[in-house]
Design a protein around this ligand. Structure first.
Ligand code: CUA
Length: 325
């Protein structure tokens, strides 16, 4: 758990617990480098201790008898040879890992477009049929055992996508497209983190990857494609009125309503997500209320302004938002 950093633990978060083919290759390389360097360190330290113990104020090599001089030359040559072999091993292992990383099977991939924003992740599930496309935020669902092509963009500054259990880092650069192929080989919830300093809330720019068996994933996909459910209770209806009558609509979309702004995360299925504020806080009623009223205390500098509501309005708004499953 070297990289555990969270107050909202949603899953393992470590490059040393690979959950996918790509991460397994990187983990294998890391282990080779670790053991190689440990052995080299051990040998060097042992030689040093030996030299100190023997402490023989050596005369200049030129003054050594011929046999001793040849011995010194032989030892140094062997040491140089071993050094070259170790470096060649490391280089070979690195190149072969690079090759393996580029060889992920790319048949029948799922394509997801991810746009880094200060400080959250906009996620678009692409589809040949435009009506099947939908947007969500900060939480990606992927089917286990199927390759996923992540198309990476940035809307402002350089960010870096990093889900250690699945792959290494890849930058999101304004004005260009980067690609990352991942594949989760076992179900789980994997936490990721923006890995490139991108401003005040860089540390609170996290992402959650949920790897699910194919059928479960299909179910999720179908549910996300649907517009927001209609309010069922009176307070939910009232909550939707509050939502649509306030500044919420200037930044957010709820598909199926008149709210269609894209400055902030799509809230159509907000209640189905595990976290709020790019995995800054868990998605519970209390946290949601705190986030709406005073997001600047939770995540100073983010682009959501504070709000004031009557208690009745807030309760209704929460009821409505919690119904967006
Ligand atoms: Cu985005 Cu750091």
């Amino acid at each position: 758990m070297l990289f555990a950093v969270s107050c909202t633990r949603v899953g393992p978060h470590s490059a040393l617990e690979p959950a996918g083919t790509q991460a397994a290759h990187i983990d294998g390389l890391w282990r080779q480098l670790l053991w190689g360097c440990t052995i080299v360190y051990g040998v060097v330290m042992a030689a040093l201790v030996l030299a100190v113990l023997k402490h023989n104020p050596a005369p200049d090599t030129q003054d050594l008898p011929e046999a001793a001089r040849r011995r010194v030359v032989r030892i140094v040559s062997i040491a140089v040879g071993i050094t070259i072999l170790v470096l060649a091993w490391f280089m070979g292992a690195t190149l072969s890992t690079e090759r393996q990383l580029a060889q992920l099977e790319t048949k029948n991939p799922l394509t997801v477009k991810i746009t880094g924003r200060q400080w959250w992740w906009e996620v678009l599930y692409e589809d040949q049929t435009p009506s099947n496309q939908f947007q969500t935020a900060n939480e990606i669902h992927v089917p286990v055992g199927r390759p996923v092509h992540l198309r990476l963009f940035s809307a402002d500054v350089i960010h870096s996508f990093w889900v250690p259990n699945l792959h290494g880092k890849r930058d999101l650069i304004p004005g260009r497209e980067n690609s990352l192929w991942i594949q989760a080989d076992r179900p789980g919830v994997y936490e990721g983190q923006c890995a490139e300093f991108c401003g005040m809330q860089h540390a609170h720019m996290r992402i959650v990857v949920v790897a699910q068996p194919e059928e479960e994933f299909e179910g999720w996909l179908q549910a996300q494609r649907r517009p927001a459910p209609e309010p069922e209770t009176e307070t939910q209806v009232r909550g939707r009125e509050v939502f649509l009558a306030n500044t919420c609509v200037m930044c957010h979309t709820v598909r199926g309503t008149t709210a269609g702004s894209r400055a902030g995360p799509d809230l159509t299925h907000l209640a189905s997500r595990r976290t709020l504020g790019a995995a800054s806080i868990p998605n519970t009623r209390g946290h949601l209320a705190g986030w709406i009223l005073d997001p600047q205390t939770i995540k100073p500098g983010n682009h959501m302004p504070p709000h004031t509501f009557e208690a009745e309005e807030l309760r209704a708004l929460l009821d409505y938002l919690e119904s967006l499953k």
